[in-house]
Structures are given as structure tokens and as C-alpha cells.
Design a protein. Sequence first.
Length: 203
Amino acid sequence: MNFSSKILEDSVDALASLPGIGRKTALRLALHLVQDNTNKAQRISTSLTRLNTDIRKCGVCNNIADNDLCNICTNTLRKSGVLCVVENARDVMAIEDTNQFSGRYHVLGGVISPLDGIGPGDLSIDTLIHRIKAENISELIMAISPTIEGETTIYYISKLLKDTDIRITVIARGVAFGGDLEYADELTLGRSIASRIPYSFQI
């Protein structure tokens, strides 16, 4: 692409660096903002800047939050004895959209993946174990994407808890093996949460 403006070119480069956005789409978005007269570019800029300066991780569950604790952890109407373990904040949003779960969450920040250099120490597993003891958790729902890495993560956490009385369940396999949780439709994901089954732990 040949640009008559370095500012436009830089904007296209910045937009194209986002996942799922090619340079043609980035150019279309940038030109839309140039022609817009409602200060949309300024509002977007301010919101994106706040993502870097103001957003934080919840001090309890590791979810995305505006304050020290997220809105879910501060909600006294949520069930305190059931903890749903997920990979990332997007999975929390996907499950919340199903309206099938009223407990609390714990965001691991990923899954164990040796090939990618991600080990247990890179995830919030230690925090999870501490929460289970401190909050008297009776059930742990493993709502982790059914991939090899996801299964490895479930196995590892279950092994750490093998001498406890905590009930460990996994979401029903309405979610296809090898698929990402966030791409499952709400009905399938909701049924998977509601129809969760005990996790069979084998050493």
C-alpha cells in the first residue's frame, strides 16, 4: 500500500497488529475514523489507553477487574463453595453468558504446555490451592478447553488434590475435544456446565 500520510500508515500498522485484522480491514477502519466527526477516534484512544493504565487483575480470582476485586468476587449472592476453574477471562465471559453457573471463578492464565515453555509455575495454580483451603471449597469445576494441554492441566491439579475430600468435576463433553471453550455456542456450553461429571483421576 502506498500512503500519502505517515500518520495514516502508522494507524493502519497499529490496527493490523491486532489478531484477526488484516491490512485491508485496518485501512478501512482507519479511513472510517478519519472521516468520522463524532470524536470516535478520541473515545477509542482513551478507552485503549485505560486498558494499559487502569485495568488490573482481581486479587482473588485473577480475572480482569477495574478495582482490586472483580464484580464477581464482590457479589455476595454468588455461591461460595463452588469454584469454576478456567484458562482466561474470555472463558469467564462465555460461561456467564450461559446463565447456568452462580458460583465463583479462578482464572489460571493459560494451561500447562511444555512445548510453549508454560509450566505449572507460570499459572495461578498455587493461588488456586490456597483458595480451596481458605474458602472451604467443596467442588472444583474444571471448565478448561478439552485439548491435550487442557487435560494435562486438569490432571496436574487433580493430582495435587488427590488426598483431599474436594469433589472435582469436568464439564460434559458437549464441547468437542480439541476445541476452545470461548468458541462454543451458549446452549452447548450451558448444558456442559449443568451436566458436569465427576473427574476420574488416575495416577
